[in-house]
Design a protein around this ligand. Sequence first.
Ligand code: NAD
Length: 505
Amino acid sequence: MTHPNSDSAPVKVQQLINGEFQCSASKDWIDVTNPATQEVIAQVPCATADEVQQAIASAKAAFKVWRDTPVPARARVMLQYQALLKEHHDELAEILAQETGKTFEDAKGDVWRGIEVVEHAANIPSLLMGETVENVANGIDTYSYTQPLGVCAGITPFNFPAMIPLWMFPLAIACGNAFILKPSEQDPMTPMRLAELFIEAGAPKDVLQVIHGRKEQVDALLTDPEIKAISFVGSVPVGQYIYQTGTANMKRVQAFAGAKNHMVVMPDANKQQVVNNIVGASCGAAGQRCMAISVAVLVGDARAWVDDIKEALAGIRPGAWNDKQAAYGPIISPQAKQRVLSLIAKGKEEGATCLLDGSDCVVEGFPDGNWVGPTLFADVTPQMSIYSEEVFGPVLCVIGVDSLEEAIALINEHPCGNGTSIFTASGAAARKYQHEIEVGQVGINVPIPVPLPFFSFTGWKASFYGDQHAYGKQAIRFYTETKTITARWFESDIAASGPNMTIHL
Ligand code: NAD
């Protein structure tokens, strides 16, 4: 994955180009830091234009061979990959925890949710099955095949450096494509280890290429005619840019973007279950999850539960990745922490009641970490920045409403629609909610309803640009083209009649 420059210099993160793990010739390198200490643990290159072109050319050549590799052979690579990922689960989680700051258990979860997608990719023969109808006209049959697109690319965010690359390249490659991954420059070591294990699993060395960088490298992928499809996960503004630029360059694009997820709490719900679930859903991973609950909508008498939520949040604290008592880790960077702190300050300025303020959080032994303690705002209104913007920190906003109808109207007004949940004992309330809410993933007494890989990850509105979502059957449609064949086999070589001038079969 990396190689030391000298005894004292940070390790240099490699790229995977043309089947080789190699050190970039770039002069532009970005520090990768441990967010609990600010120690520079590695440096990641911004690939040169030439390196990006090499990756694209190599992927194009790889595709010509890989597309004809029998589908069961592709499935076997995924089976072997799944076994290797499980074998290296702890090792991957440790790398991931150090570069993201996630607690070890949370880092293991990040890897595990990716392993589940690889398991799904191992079912590729069944997933690729097309459709057939015999005898659509006399002696004529129609059937369809799903064929790969060519070279696909993925651009991934910092917050799930194992799961999100694994949402993309195993399925794209199982479909017969070649794939270029551009992981987040903030935590590139986990994706590089994933790539090493993929090659070890028996994948041809050049079907996966990994290049690093930022906008310039992404732009090269977005505009190159050899790239047929782009998968992106990240923030709303970048997602919009990727979707617009990729489609303007005639590519298929799926862009998963930011979120603001609400939990509706009905007064008939079990209070302790609500409180237990809201703590993890809002502050787990320091709130840096696209499915984190950042708004609790307390309905009717449930408004009084704000004190119980406050007490539970006050009982957790952040800490280093290997601190077993820590509920969550640091924010990814000092800049990201600053952004969270300024949104907390703005919340106070704009008139929300700050019941718990994590701005001055200190973690013993880690004076330089990007810590933010659990933060709770009550009396939040939709006009406030802490409500309209994605904070991406351990900050929970509470809004009180009188009825389920009012809760639904409030949530439907928000531009984002990634995930939501309702806690209730009423089947009727839950059904009304699942039917009327304009959000793509709904949990009923489940706080973070991330679908398992045989379904798809189906964010809506400003949380997703495109039509086919990640994993499940939709990913197969995204990474393939359908070819429909209409066939007639003559029983004799005598033409029954003269020229056929109609369009009828
Ligand atoms: P980001 O948008 O800053 O970066 C994502 C990727 O885009 C990175 O690889 C980055 O290098 C690249 N990038 C950044 N700026 C770019 C530009 N101007 N042009 C081209 N590429 C650019 O996101 P992040 O901070 O890494 O991740 C956090 C965001 O991701 C949050 O908003 C979160 O909600 C979102 N997210 C969404 C989902 C989902 O499924 N909807 C899942 C995880 C994360």
